[in-house]
Structure formats: structure tokens, C-alpha cells
Write a protein that binds this ligand. Structure first.
Ligand code: IMP
Length: 431
């Protein structure tokens, strides 16, 4: 992906997250000098296999962490849970990955505080069957405080009085909401302040200006990967609102989320699973149920990396991918988990939607409509053979190549990478 013309690549999830971005980031990070996350927080869960068997699950630190010379940044668009970050740095250090001197966090990044997590959990519980199915990592409440100008940023940790004022106000508002949501627990400003005091020196030491760092890196000939978390259909504007996360997951958010101009971005690579999954509530037109769903879930080990929840599986949805391709301006696709489909004798591939018997012209805006659409499917022959050992396009079975070509024509984006297993080596470069 990186070459003399391509110095800055954005990597985004094309579906509802869990596309296997960790694996692809890890593959690209081998050629990168700097990897930065631009949105989301500890709701993400990237699974990366090193040496074909050692598994790392990362929630905040970018996947580039596993290459010893890569600088890893968390941009201003991220909401940072400082305790999770420190735990993750310690986990990596204990497992032999020296990381602390390579991580930087934007001084402009907002913090996820304990009362954000309390509010996330209490709100979800109060909504019963209407809940979003969040990861309960405090993401929505932290972004709400940011946008409503009540947030606390990394740079603010240097000013204890300022922190106290924000925390006092934040806990007092949180307690009104907690009472409204019908829970007994309350936020305690003194407890928050002492928990913050325990991490302040380490977090301040990691503080940086991520935009300035990235601009300098690019000017010096470095290679920068901007890593998105979640997926395009969880984007707060372009996803299946309100069943979305609270940030701009799509490529447009990358520049603002680290502090550079969009003109510095050369390529946008979309990571797409060879089928579809979703975790949490919300509409899912090509969702499978019953035995087929169990089969795909088990073959693909489709359980959330952050919450362990079983993911909802379904067929590949070309309408959704075309929508994401347009919103992100995708220049290439990385198709993951092709091998999961190896044993199917027949596959369905969604190529259109009908709403009340009429073909839709695009991806509907309203969740209620997305819930009601009927997918139009094409049948594709399965290949019923093992693709895990394939390392080139030509080694793939004919039917698998045909299936991939159909993904390409449905999304109108060229395929650049195909992943045929979780190991680093199980990757096919196309073109
Ligand atoms: P939140 O981001 O925790 O507020 O959750 C909002 C929605 O995004 C829920 O449906 C979550 O399941 C989903 N979500 C958040 N992070 C991820 C992720 O990394 N992968 C897949 N789904 C996610």
C-alpha cells in the first residue's frame, strides 16, 4: 500500500466494525513509521496475532504497537480512558513489547471519566429492550461532554483546580441523570479526583501535539497510517442512527481527529469482511438466523473482542458496502475472513434492497426503513476447499476468485488485499 506516492493511508472498517482491521493494520504497520488512531475509545477491540500464534487484544493502543520501531499515537478525536491505557501499556510491557516510550496521546484528547461509564451502563439498563447495546465503556457520555463543552482534556490534567471544577460539575450533573435512570449508585467527585491523581503524571508525560508530529513525520518522508475504529455503519452521521457509536468513524474524521489537513491523505483502504456481522442492537438487512447463523458464527469465531458478546452474522451486503465506499472515498478494499466461507457449497450476496416492493436507490437513512428492507440476493457457488494456505490470487479456487470479483463489482472498489486466516502470513496481495 505504501510507496513513493503513498505516504499517508487511512484505514476504515466498511461494515459495523469487527471486520478484522487489527490484522490489516498490523500488516500495513510493517511498512509504516507512525500509526495513529483518530476516534473512538476503549470500545474498540483489535485482535492481532504475532508470530502466527501469540494473540494480543488491544482496545486503545494502535495495532502498530507490535512493531518495535513504530510510533503510536492517539489523536484528539479519541476519547481516552487513562486507566485502560495504562493497563494496556503494562500488559504489553509484561509480554515483552516495549511501548511506553513510543506512545503519544494528543493533549487535546478528551478523557473518559468513571462517571461516563456509570452513565453509559445506567442509561442502557433503563432503556430495556430499546437499548443500543453499547460496550458500556462510557463513549457516548464522554463525547456528549466534549460537544457540550463540559469535558476534561489531557492538557487540563496539569491544572488541578480546573480539573476539580469540571469533575464537580460533571459528577453533580451525572448524579441527576443516574437518579433519573433509576439506579442507586452515585458519582463521587473526591473519588474521581484521587483516581485521576494516580494516573496524571504518566498521562501528562505521554501528551503530545499529534497533528504537528504527523506533519513532521510526513515532511521527513515517513509513512503514516491513520487507523479507524468501529465501522462505517456505526458512524454517527452516516451509520444506522441511532444504533451507532458517537464519533465520525469514516475517513472524513481522520484528518480532524489527529489534527492534519485532508490534503495530506493519499489513500483510503476499507476493510470488509467476506460476509457481514454486527454486535449490539440495530437493523441488519442480510442477517441470518438459526442454524446458518450458528454455523457462520462458530466458523468465524464471531464473539466480540471487547465484550465477548456473540456477533450477529449475515451474508455480504453490497448495498451497504457501496454506501460506505462513497462516504469514505475508498481507494481500495482489504477483504478479510475469506477462509471462513471455505466449507459453504453456496453463498448469497446482497446486491439491492426493496422497500415496500420498490428498489431503493441507496442506503436508507432511517433505522425503521433499514429494518424493513428486503435484500435482493444473487447466488454464488461455494468453493468447498481450504484457502488458508493460498498466498496469491492465482492460488485461490476459481469460485473464490469469482466471489471476490462480485464483491469488487458490487462495491465498485478494487480489492488490494485478501486475508485467508488470522496469522500475519495469511495474506494475499492483489495487483
Ligand atoms: P458504544 O460505542 O460503546 O457507545 O456502542 C455503540 C454501538 O457501537 C453498539 O452497537 C456497539 O456494539 C457498537 N460498537 C462499538 N465499538 C465497536 C467495535 O469496536 N466493534 C463493533 N461494534 C462496536
Amino acid at each position: 500500500m505504501f510507496d513513493d506516492e503513498t505516504q499517508c493511508v487511512v484505514l476504515v472498517g466498511v461494515q459495523w466494525g469487527d471486520e478484522g482491521k487489527g490484522k490489516i493494520t498490523d500488516v500495513l504497520a510493517e511498512q509504516a513509521t507512525l500509526v495513529a488512531r483518530y476516534q473512538g475509545g476503549a470500545n474498540a477491540g483489535h485482535t492481532v496475532l504475532v508470530g502466527d500464534e501469540e494473540e494480543f487484544i488491544l482496545h486503545l493502543v494502535p495495532s502498530g504497537a507490535l512493531y518495535p520501531d513504530v510510533r503510536c499515537l492517539l489523536g484528539n478525536g479519541v476519547v481516552l480512558d487513562p486507566w485502560t491505557l495504562i493497563d494496556e501499556i503494562e500488559m504489553l510491557t509484561t509480554r515483552g513489547v516495549e511501548i511506553e516510550h513510543r506512545v503519544g496521546v494528543s493533549r487535546r484528547a478528551h478523557l473518559v471519566l468513571p462517571y461516563h461509564k456509570q452513565l453509559d451502563g445506567a442509561k442502557e439498563a433503563s432503556k430495556g429492550a430499546d437499548r443500543i447495546g453499547t460496550t458500556k465503556r462510557g463513549i457516548g457520555p464522554a463525547y456528549r461532554d466534549k460537544i457540550s463543552r463540559n469535558g476534561l482534556r489531557v492538557c487540563d490534567l496539569a491544572d488541578r483546580d480546573y480539573c476539580w471544577n469540571v469533575v464537580r460539575e460533571g459528577t453533580s450533573t451525572a448524579n441527576v441523570f443516574l437518579a433519573h435512570f433509576g439506579v442507586d449508585e452515585r458519582a463521587d467527585p473526591d473519588a474521581v479526583m484521587s483516581e485521576l491523581a494516580a494516573v496524571t503524571p504518566r498521562i501528562l508525560a505521554l501528551g503530545t501535539d499529534t497533528g504537528a508530529e504527523i506533519r513532521t513525520e510526513l515532511a521527513g518522508g515517513g509513512r503514516v497510517l491513520l487507523e479507524g475504529a468501529q465501522g462505517s455503519l456505526l458512524d454517527v452521521d452516516h451509520g444506522t442512527y441511532p444504533f451507532v457509536t458517537s464519533s465520525t468513524t469514516t475517513a472524513g474524521g481522520a484528518a480532524a481527529g489527529v489534527g492534519i489537513g485532508p490534503t495530506l491523505i493519499d489513500e483510503v483502504l476499507g476493510v470488509v469482511k467476506a460476509y457481514t456481522t454486527r454486535v449490539g442492537a440495530g437493523p441488519f438487512p442480510t442477517e441470518l438466523e438459526g442454524a446458518d447463523a450458528d454455523r457462520l458464527r462458530n466458523l468465524g469465531a464471531e464473539f466480540g473482542a471487547t465484550t465477548g458478546r456473540p456477533r450477529r452474522p449475515g451474508w455480504f451486503d453490497g448495498v451497504l458496502v457501496r454506501h460506505a465506499a462513497g462516504v469514505n472515498g475508498l481507494t481500495g478494499l482489504a477483504v478479510t475472513k475469506l477462509d471462513v466461507l471455505d466449507s459453504f457449497d453456496e453463498l448469497l450476496l446482497g446486491v439491492g434492497y426493496e422497500l415496500d416492493g420498490v428498489a431503493t436507490t441507496g442506503f436508507p437513512e432511517r433505522a425503521a426503513d433499514i429494518q424493513r428492507v428486503r435484500p435482493v440476493y444473487e447466488k454464488e457457488a461455494g468453493w468447498e476447499s481450504d484457502t488458508g494456505a493460498c498466498r496469491s490470487w492465482d492460488e485461490l479456487p476459481e469460485a473464490a476468485r469469482h466471489y471476490l470479483k462480485r464483491i469488487e463489482s458490487a462495491s465498485k472498489v478494487p480489492i488490494r488485499l485478501v486475508s485467508v486466516g488470522s496469522a500475519r502470513s495469511q495474506i494475499i496481495r492483489v495487483g
